[in-house]
Design a protein around this ligand. Structure first.
Ligand SMILES: O=CC(=O)O
Length: 331
């Protein structure tokens, strides 16, 4: 192969071991340029290294917009993000330039649903307060009234976004004795309802907010869902509600959440995603004992992250060759 036929692939981070080993071995006809530091590629570096790339394998930390695509140049064929969410990518700009966009659907459903359940139970059972009490020597004698949480038995759970992850969350929570699921989304999904089984109903947002004992946010961040949970929404919820977001921080209007927590309007909150990420340690959100924040580790298992990086590699290699991506964003 002559140099003229070689392709350039930019990878914006070190990948999980198995996938990194594949990159290190290399691919025929592909020159790999990789940002290997264990922090997000700085913007200026991203713009510089993207120049001349035929394919970019990036993460949800890397903004892909018109400026980046301009910096890359007209030869760019594919952007493959190692994530199922792609709100960091300006899709219209890619479409206008006929650049394919690959994502990693399916493989992170189970891990993310597990994390959602983890946060539901942790928030409902006041895990943070319990652990803090033990560490701080505030664990007194056993008490019938101390640190009482709530349980899922006979409760109503609201799922916002009954996609793959929403369904997986509902199936898991059903095993804890949930009586009824209500859900919100772009449309009722009768076929998907069957998958969850039991009592499940598509309701309007007002009803979901008012009737749910637990609310799980499992939808994508879009123009429609941005800031969907604001102070007004939190004010409609039960004051015992367990509110969990493992989707994207931008779906919650965070000042409204802080105000609702400050005013004691919410039972407990579990977040895997915030704005910004990382959340500054002086954020007021971290001052509420009934609010648990995880550092965006919804899909954070070795199995899942490996499966994600493998798909991201397959997507980007297919795109570089001009083939249809195995997992395009609009499948
Ligand atoms: O948040 C994780 C993802 O979108 O993959």
């Amino acid at each position: 192969m002559t140099d003229l036929q070689r392709s350039k692939l930019l990878v914006t981070r070190t990948l999980p071991q198995l996938s990194q080993a594949r990159l290190d071995k290399g691919f025929d006809g592909v020159d790999i340029v990789q940002w290997k530091e264990d922090r997000a590629i700085p913007r200026q570096e991203f713009l510089k290294l993207a120049k001349g790339a035929d394919g970019i394998l990036c993460l949800l930390t890397d903004k892909v917009d018109a400026e980046l695509l301009d910096a890359a140049g007209p030869q760019l064929k594919v952007v493959s993000t190692m994530s199922v969410g792609y709100d960091h990518v300006t899709v219209s700009e890619l479409e206008a330039r006929k650049i394919a966009l690959g994502i990693t659907p399916g493989v992170l459903t189970e891990a993310t649903a597990d994390t959602t359940v983890l946060l539901v139970l942790s928030a409902a059972r006041r895990l943070r307060e319990g652990v803090d009490a033990v560490i701080q020597g505030k664990w007194g004698t056993w008490s019938p009234t101390w640190l009482l949480g709530s349980q899922l038995t006979d409760k109503t759970v609201g799922i916002v976004g009954l996609g793959r992850i929403g369904v997986a969350v509902a199936k898991r929570l059903k095993a804890f004795g949930v009586q009824k699921f209500v859900y919100q989304g772009t449309r009722p999904k009768k076929d998907v309802e069957k998958e969850v089984g039991g009592e499940i109903e598509f309701v309007d947002m007002d009803r979901l907010l008012k009737e749910s004992d637990v609310i799980c946010v499992c939808c994508a961040l879009t123009d429609k869902t941005k800031n969907m949970f604001d102070y007004a929404a939190f004010s409609k919820m039960k004051d015992s509600v367990v509110f969990v977001n493992t989707a994207r921080g931008g779906i919650v209007e965070q000042d409204g959440l802080v105000r609702a927590l400050r005013e004691g309007k919410l039972g407990s909150v579990g977040l895997d995603v915030t704005v910004p990420e990382p959340l500054p340690t002086d954020s007021e959100l971290l001052s509420f004992p009934n609010c648990i924040v995880l550092p965006h580790i919804g899909s954070g298992t070795l199995e899942t992250r490996t499966a994600m990086s493998e798909i991201a590699i397959e997507n980007v290699l297919s795109g570089i060759k001009g083939e249809r991506l195995p997992h395009p964003h609009d499948a």
